[in-house]
Design a binder for this molecule. Sequence first.
Ligand code: ZN
Length: 366
Amino acid sequence: MNPASFFSPDYATARAKFRAAAKAAGAEVVTYPHPLQGPDGGDLSTDVVRIGPADAHRYVVCNTSTHGVEGFCGSGPLIGVLSEQIYRELPPNVALLLIHAINPHGFAWLRRVNEDNVDLNRNFLDFSQPLPVNAEYAPIHQYLVPRNFEGEELAQADAELAKARERLGARGFQTAVSGGQYAFPDGLFYGGNKPTWSNQTLRRLLPELIGDATHVMFLDFHTGLGPYGYCEPINGHAPGTKAFDRLYEWIGDCVTSAQTGTSSSTRLSGTIGLGVMEALPNAIHTKTTLEYGTRPNDYVRLALRSDCWLHNHGDLKSARAKEIKALIRDAFYRDYDDWKELVYVRARQIIRKGIAGLSAQSDQKD
Ligand SMILES: [Zn+2]
């Protein structure tokens, strides 16, 4: 089968394809309806499939669309795994949990954030505690999303950002912008001030569907960092832990770590993997982000700034809105067959490595 056929041009098609593939595989789809609608008035939901031996308690959990529009990428491998019947290869002790669009609103509306402008991968924090402070974000906020996103004002804002980058260095600038912030609800990489719908849904569906899990490998599909089509597995654990080492054993030397500085990603707060661990406290966890490259960082950042401006100040029905939506879709999803093939083939390899690693893992707690 041509891997490109597993991918979809929009959220509604992806959702229908995933459901059809699950049905063809004889698997039940559990649907968690989202309270809002898509731009076309269509329903939104997180759709989940557990597939594999009924008495398996070890799970490869594939999660997609944490960052909404990045779901174009993640949806493809889920549909591919079902269509190619990869689940037939499962050993008796491992099953798959496929989460289609944990942030369906962002996917449908072509946004990286959710319905509250929240970055879901910064939202898994204990909100009763003081929130992380990103002091370097505040001075550049007004330049990242200026009120007028064109002409002289945009040129001035870009000049100020260039100065900040000079002052902080490329890495420091990336951390300031994308590390996560909790002070500007209309800004970029905003982590929210309470658990979002997607956060609550994840915490609900995991115990409901795989509350019996003893071992979990969590694969979270992302796009927007790195070279075209390249998949960077980013270690979700701290150096020095057993889980950190396990990822290298299972996947290989291509695994990187934001904490050791080998990753294209900067260190983040409140990531979704923490939510998975909290939702399944009795399981032994191994978690990684799969980060697929699309476009250069500057291109992606411009798309995010434009989209944030559009939803803060612009007209969603305008011609400019159309341009911006095309830009953000292109920044996070390369709509070419070779890119889709790279995404799918690598995902399938890593899922297979995860299944093998998980199957052979000892029962010893970390
Ligand atoms: Zn992402």
